[in-house]
Design a binder for this molecule. Structure first.
Ligand SMILES: [Zn+2]
Length: 81
């Protein structure tokens, strides 16, 4: 899909954790410091289109991202959506 901003607009430098099927990237939001997204490498219309393997890797990346953010920002909590 050529008009997908997630498939076409991700700066490689913003990718913080590389997975096989998915990756975690910093959104670079100056207000929501530490905010990030986990995205599949393959285009998916919605989160409900993720494969079982992508869901599994998303969970793993979420845990790795939490560890990274705990070390860097020591936040009081997380909001996951
Ligand atoms: Zn896409």
């Amino acid at each position: 899909m050529t008009d997908c901003s997630f498939c076409n607009g991700v700066e490689h430098s913003s990718v913080l954790i590389e997975g096989t099927l998915c990756y975690f990237m910093d959104t670079g939001d100056p207000i929501l410091v530490g905010g990030g997204m986990i995205l599949p490498r393959a285009h998916r219309e919605t989160v409900f289109d993720l494969t079982k393997e992508e869901w599994d890797e998303t969970q793993s990346l979420l845990e790795q991202a939490k560890n990274m953010l705990d070390d860097k920002y020591a936040p009081d909590g997380y909001s996951v959506g």
